[in-house]
Structure formats: structure tokens, C-alpha cells
Design a binder for this molecule. Structure first.
Ligand code: SF4
Length: 755
């Protein structure tokens, strides 16, 4: 097996699988303390935690769940996974030149992702050339010269690819896109291509804006909150506090998920006596354990019942929407029975679901990857919108759409220009403001960039954060694509597998993190981010950087731009690094909604960007919200095959592995797991903990994920779940969501082979 995948060693599951019924509570406090004080001295840990998510403090580098506009808990405005993210970044461990002398690239690649992440902060720029076995320290100037030389040697700017991870700040992202467009390409793939791109496409086409419409306050007014394809207990934990508050205000919570996720069942709020000493709050009122990818079928069935029952908002539909006739006409050919069969939902559960929807109109639908990473994801999210439009649940308090972003500034990056398909209007503004004509043709998204590198159409890969290799699908194909490059550059805080599977020449450029103080020529700097509800807020580090050799993301980009483009345009790249207010000034004059940016960002708590659907306005071609007809077709799975979804464990954030446990699913000390229904195990003669290989043969290409153990679990029959990045090798690059090209990581057809 190549070194592109995590090693196939078992670490040894060491407990019977037993899933708790409530999330958070004392175990979360214990876990937070263990991670934070295990990574740094107590004083440093306390200082960091006390500033986390405070106004004018550090914006959590993990998910994008918003902070309260008003009061924020002074003892802890963060969750366990926020604490883990901080421990991971603010650790005092260092992976410097001595470390890289000790371990060859191959030796590091033979280690687990958990081990790689535990080696500490990257402290110096490092270089490895073709034939070298070890990374060696390099001076920053020399590193920038190597990048500039490679970029300026390419025959076309489109032979370079510039990736962005969702951690990059607005300032770094805006400067990055400006440099890349001045350089001459729109090859700006970003992590949202692999996560909420389907949401952006569906919401833009139906409501005119690719973002959610609700605010945090809406949850306290909602009558019904539906959580689809999302596991907030692990991926957006402070949503549980919001759900508890909504529940206390009388909201009904409906969870739709193939797994019974502990975080959706019960919540012990560690900031309340009840949570610490009592039995906590039961969250979900109705749990629909849907089959993988059954969401569209269920939503369509519910729409049909609401229409037949007349439980719809005709006035809203008449004055705010379009295409309702085509939408209604389709239902004469729709069989609810077949849809429920495909969704795996029983009639009586469905009737309860519909009766709750019939009686209420303040409905919020939240979703994450469980809806966005399927071939029909755009259609499914459009069906979510259809349901909300039928109920008039858009553009009023307590109602609307809530795609919950998994990375702290992934929404902000897109807002400030990280997009491979810029609009003509955006290009005109760039030309007017910066005096150069940006490229008009669309660039590569993630899957296209991987193909271009594999086919050697692209020869330079530059990543601003992230772990591209491990986050991407089709690991072996992606690995070859990266190896084909002349140069790969990773701007990173921590060591990961993308540093070890690299181009002929590879650079690691160590950057400051959110927790680090950032001093530039004009003084101490802060950056800004945008959360899932469109709030732009300040983030300022409080810790002395571990090394003088680390540079901030904006400073690295300014230096690369200066080295590559020099005086080619009337843009003083280096001045941007001296004072980030200059970047914000240019964001203000280039991107809508940032008027008086500097003044408003310095106001505690930041500011909301405009959101037309929130106000009941729809920036579509006709100014009306769009009903859509979304045909339903179940995925064809043969008798000996299963539909597999890749998931995160509770000790993981994206591809960063904080530990080997998945406490809420009762899994301890093992990641090479296949979650399988006991009846399926019986049917295929598998016993608990049998060892298997997992095989995918999409379009005749055999992909194999070796050495997993089977764990009996409450998952719908015919469905399996595995962790990524271990199972990403099985996700075919060519299997993508229609309309958004998001890899279909949540519905991969596989079969199991006993070993
Ligand atoms: S909910 Fe998300 S943003 Fe908030 S502290 Fe937890 S991980 Fe960080």
C-alpha cells in the first residue's frame, strides 16, 4: 500500500461498543482539559481558552458555528472540539530543523496521521528536492525565489493551481485571490468544493444567495428545527446549546440521519447545574433513521402530503415564488409508498413528521455533509427549499435555511473572492480597482485540479493551509497527481500527509495561527473571519509565536506576489503585509457589504453582511424564490454491495486527528472501523471484529482500502460507515454531485472481502 494512505495498522479497539445517550457533560470537560494542558503549560492554556471566541479575542479555528451577539460566557465560550483545536494549534511542541533531520520523508509517511499531528508546530521553512530523503531548512528569501522562478517558468499561468483551506482569514484570502488573478489564472480550488459547494449552488439558484438565511436568534423563535445529515455533537458542538435554548422555548426538534448520533439525543450543558449534576436535556423529539441518500425521497413525500392537506402558505407562495405549477404537477406521478421504501422510513414515523410540519410554519432546516456529498445533493437541497417555500418559512423570524459550515472561514474565503468561477461583475471591479484585466475563463475546482495535475496540465500546486491529499477523494490518484508536479508548496501550521506526498521540489512554509500574536511594520495586526450566519468578526492572537521564523499568511502571500510579479502592476504587495487595514480597505471597495469595514470590524462582535433571503428578498433573475422539480432516483446497489458513507470521529476535525477515540459512538483506540448492521453481518457471515478489505469498482477501476474491522452498529441495513481519510481512497474522483462537482463521499458503492 502506498504511503499516501494512513498506515493500515490496527491500534486495537479496547472496549465493547456502547454509545452514551447524552453528549458533553463532565467527559467533555475532562477531554478539553486533557488535550489543552497535555499540549502546553497551564498558564498558556488558560490564557488561550479565556480568549477563545471572546469579542476581540481569538476566533475558533475549528467550525463556523457563530458566537452569541450579546452575552458570551466569560468562563468558556467554546466547546470540547474548540478546545482540541486550540490545543492542536497552541501546543508548545515544535517540528523544526532538528526534527526533520531525524525523520526522513519516508519514515514520516509510514506514521499515522495522529502521530504526524502530534509532532508540533512547524517553525522554519523547509525544502526537499527530487532524490532527497530529508527536508532541509531554507531561508525565506530563497523559498520565495524558488516559487517565483517556478511560476514564471510555466508556459501558462493555468499550469499553476492555488488551493485554499477554510482556515484562512478574509485578509489572507483576499490578498491571495488578488495575487493569483494578477498572476493570470482562476485556478482557485478551495475546501468548500468538497463540502458545501452543493449548498451554494442550490441556494443561489433557488433563493439568489449561496448562504444560509437564519441568525442565531432565529433558533429561539423557531417552532420546528430539522437537523439533516449533520452530527453537531462532534462537528458543531455549540449548536447543542442553541438547541437546548430553543427546546426550552417550545421548539420541536426533528433529526434525520442514518446514525443515532448521541449529540442529537441528549445534551448535558456543562455551563448549567442541570447539565453537570442532572440528567441533561433530551433534544430530539422525532428521530428519523433514514437510509443513506434517502433525504430527497423523504422531503418529496412530505411536500406531497402538505400539498394534499393544504397545509401550505398560499399567500407567501403567490407573492414570493415562481414555478409552483410545474412543482405541483409532478406529484400526480409520485408514490409516497415507494418514496418511504427508498428512504427507509416507516409510515407512522412519516405521519408524525408530516403532522409536525402541518401545524407549524416557523421551520429551520440545518444540514451538513450528509446532504452535500451525493450525486443528487443539489437536488436534495433544492427540495429542502421547496419544503420551506411551501410553508412560507423563509424571510421571517424563526424560519429559514441553515447550511452549517465545517471550517471557521470557509464562507468568508468565498465571499472575498476565493472562487474558480468569478462573475463578470467581479472581474470588472477587479480591473477598475487594481488596473489589470483578470482572467475571464473559469478555473479548476478541486476535482478538476487533481485531474489537471494527474494529466500534467498543471505543474505547480500551492496550498494555503489544509491537508489537500488527505481531504481529497481517490487518494492514490490524487497522490500521483501531486507527485507529477514540478513544485508543491504548503503554507501550514502543523505537519500532515500532504507534506510527505509531494512534487519534485517541495516547500513547507510555516505560518502563524489564530492564537499567535502577529506583529508587522505598522504594529500588531488582527484578522477577520465570517461565520455560518454571515457575521464578520475580528480575531487577534494572544500568544508569542514559538519561532521568529514563522510568518503570517498575508505576509507570505505578499512576499510570493512581490517575488513573482515584482513591479508588473501598480500594486505594492509588501505594503499589504505591513498593515492589514490596507487589505480591508481594498475588500471594502471590491466586495459588496463591507462598507466602513475598519470601523465596523473594530466594534465588539463585528457586523452582519447583507442577506437578502433573510429579509424575504430573492436576488434571482426574476426576484422571486424558485420552486424546482427534482427527480428522485435511488442509487443502484447490487445484492453483495453496500452504500458507504465516510464520517468523522469525535477526536477529529476534518483530516486532523486529535486522538483514536470516538466516544459518542462507543469506539475507543481504533480508526480502521466498518460500522455494519448485525443483520447484514449475519447475511454475509461476518462476525464481530472480522478483518476485511473494502472494495470499490466505480467505472471498472478497482479501489481498495485494506485492513478494517467490522463493528456491529445501529445503521440501516445495506449501509456502512467508515472514517475519512482512511476510506477516501474508495471515493472515485469521477463520482461527483451534479451541478456542484462535490465528491460523493457520503454514498460510495462498496463490497467487503474477508481477510
Ligand atoms: S462550536 Fe465550533 S466554533 Fe464553536 S468552539 Fe466549538 S468547534 Fe469552535
Amino acid at each position: 500500500m502506498s504511503l499516501a494512505q494512513p498506515p493500515k495498522e490496527f491500534t486495537g479497539i479496547n472496549q465493547e461498543v456502547n454509545t452514551p445517550k447524552t453528549a458533553v457533560g463532565w467527559p467533555a470537560i475532562y477531554s478539553s482539559v486533557k488535550h489543552v494542558f497535555g499540549a502546553m503549560p497551564v498558564a498558556r492554556g488558560i490564557k488561550t481558552l479565556l480568549n477563545l471566541n471572546q469579542k476581540d479575542g481569538i476566533d475558533c479555528p475549528s467550525c463556523a458555528w457563530p458566537d452569541p451577539d450579546g452575552h458570551r460566557s466569560s468562563i468558556g465560550e467554546f466547546c470540547e472540539n474548540g478546545a482540541k483545536a486550540i490545543a492542536d494549534e497552541a501546543t508548545t511542541k515544535k517540528a523544526g530543523p532538528v526534527f526533520f533531520q531525524r525523520y526522513s520523508v519516508k519514515e514520516m509517511a509510514e506514521k499515522s496521521d495522529f502521530w504526524l499531528g502530534q509532532q508540533g508546530r512547524l517553525t522554519h521553512p523547509m525544502l526537499v528536492r527530487e532524490g532527497d530523503t530529508h527536508y532541509k531548512k531554507i531561508e525565506w528569501k530563497d523559498a520565495f525565489d524558488i516559487v517565483a522562478k517556478e511560476l514564471n517558468t510555466l508556459s501558462l499561468p493555468d499550469e499553476a493551481v492555488f488551493y485554499t483551506s477554510g482556515r484562512s482569514s478574509n485578509e489572507a484570502a483576499f490578498l491571495y485571490q488578488l495575487f493569483i488573478r494578477a498572476y493570470g489564472t482562476n485556478n482557485l480550488p478551495d475546501c468548500s468544493n468538497m463540502c458545501h459547494e452543493s449548498s451554494g449552488v442550490a441556494l443561489t439558484e433557488t433563493l439568489g444567495l449561496g448562504k444560509g438565511s437564519v441568525t442565531l436568534d432565529d433558533f429561539e423563535e423557531a417552532e420546528v428545527i430539522i437537523i439533516m445529515g449533520q452530527n453537531p455533537g462532534t462537528n458543531h458542538p455549540r449548536l447543542l446549546t442553541t438547541l437546548e435554548k430553543a427546546k426550552k422555548k417550545g421548539a420541536k426538534i426533528i433529526s434525520i440521519n442514518p446514525l443515532f448520533e448521541t449529540g442529537l439525543l441528549g445534551f448535558k450543558n456543562p455551563q448549567t447545574m442541570e447539565g453537570l449534576l442532572g440528567k441533561g436535556t433530551t433534544l430530539t423529539d422525532l428521530y428519523l433513521q433514514i437510509k443513506i441518500n434517502g433525504d430527497l425521497a423523504l422531503l418529496k413525500a412530505a411536500c406531497k402530503v402538505l400539498i394534499e392537506k393544504g397545509a401550505i402558505d398560499n399567500e407567501f407562495i403567490k407573492s414570493n415564488t415562481e414555478n409552483v405549477e410545474e412543482f405541483l404537477a409532478q406529484f400526480s406521478k409520485v408514490s409516497i409508498e415507494n418514496l418511504l421504501e427508498d428512504a427507509g422510513i416507516k409510515q407512522e414515523e412519516f405521519e408524525t413528521f408530516c403532522s409536525i410540519l402541518e401545524k407549524n410554519s416557523k421551520i429551520i432546516v440545518c444540514w451538513a455533509m450528509g446532504l452535500t456529498q451525493h450525486k443528487n445533493s443539489v437536488a436534495t437541497i433544492k427540495e429542502v427549499v421547496n419544503l420551506l417555500l411551501l410553508k412560507g418559512s423563509i424571510g421571517k423570524p424563526g424560519a429559514g435555511t441553515c447550511p452549517v459550515r465545517g471550517h471557521s472561514n470557509v464562507q468568508g474565503d468565498r465571499t472575498v473572492g476565493i472562487m474558480h468561477k468569478p462573475s463578470a461583475a467581479f472581474n470588472e471591479t477587479i480591473e477598475t480597482n487594481f488596473g489589470f484585466t483578470p482572467p475571464q475563463h473559469h478555473g479548476y475546482d478541486v476535482v478538476e485540479a487533481i485531474e489537471a495535475m494527474y494529466e500534467q496540465k498543471a505543474k505547480v500546486f500551492f496550498a494555503l493551509g489544509g491537508n489537500f491529499l488527505s481531504a481529497s477523494p481517490d487518494t492514490e490518484y490524487t497522490a500521483q497527481a501531486l507527485k507529477n508536479c514540478n513544485l508543491t508548496v504548503q503554507v501550514s501550521t502543523k505537519l500532515n500527509r500532504s507534506h510527505l506526498i509531494h512534487g519534485k521540489t517541495a516547500l513547507i512554509l510555516p505560518c502563524l495561527g489564530r492564537t499567535d500574536k502577529d506583529f508587522q511594520k505598522s504594529g500588531e495586526q488582527f484578522v477577520s473571519t465570517e461565520n455560518s450566519m454571515g457575521v464578520v468578526q475580528k480575531s487577534q492572537g494572544v500568544l508569542e509565536p514559538l519561532s521568529d521564523e514563522m510568518m503570517s499568511e498575508p505576509a507570505i502571500i505578499a512576499q510570493v506576489a512581490h517575488a513573482t510579479l515584482g513591479e508588473k502592476y501598480k500594486i505594492d504587495w509588501l505594503s499589504y503585509a505591513n498593515d492589514y487595514a490596507l487589505i480591508r480597505k481594498d475588500i471594502e471597495k471590491t466586495i459588496a457589504g463591507f462598507k466602513a469595514y475598519e470601523e465596523r470590524i473594530n466594534k465588539s462582535g463585528g457586523f452582519y453582511l447583507p442577506n437578502q433571503p433573510r429579509e424575504g428578498n430573492f436576488n434571482t433573475k426574476t426576484g422571486k424564490a424558485q420552486f424546482s422539480v427534482n427527480p428522485w432516483e435511488p442509487i443502484n446497489v447490487k445484492p453483495n454491495e453496500y452504500l458507504m458513507m465516510t464520517i468523522r470521529s469525535h477526536d477529529q476535525f476534518n483530516t486532523t486527528v486529535y486522538g483514536l477515540n470516538d466516544r459518542y459512538r462507543g469506539i475507543f483506540n481504533e480508526r480502521r472501523i466498518v460500522f455494519m448492521h448485525p443483520a447484514d453481518m449475519l447475511k454475509d457471515a461476518f462476525k464481530n471484529y472480522d478483518k476485511v478489505n473494502i472494495i470499490n469498482e466505480f467505472e471498472g477501476v478497482r479501489r481498495i482500502a485494506e485492513a478494517f474491522i467490522i463493528v456491529p452498529y445501529n445503521i440501516p441495513q445495506g449501509c456502512l460507515a467508515t472514517y475519512f481519510p482512511e476510506a477516501n481512497v474508495l471515493v472515485p474522483l469521477k463520482s461527483r454531485a451534479d451541478g456542484s462537482q462535490t465528491p460523493t463521499s457520503k454514498s460510495v458503492v462498496v463490497r467487503l472481502e474477508k481477510i
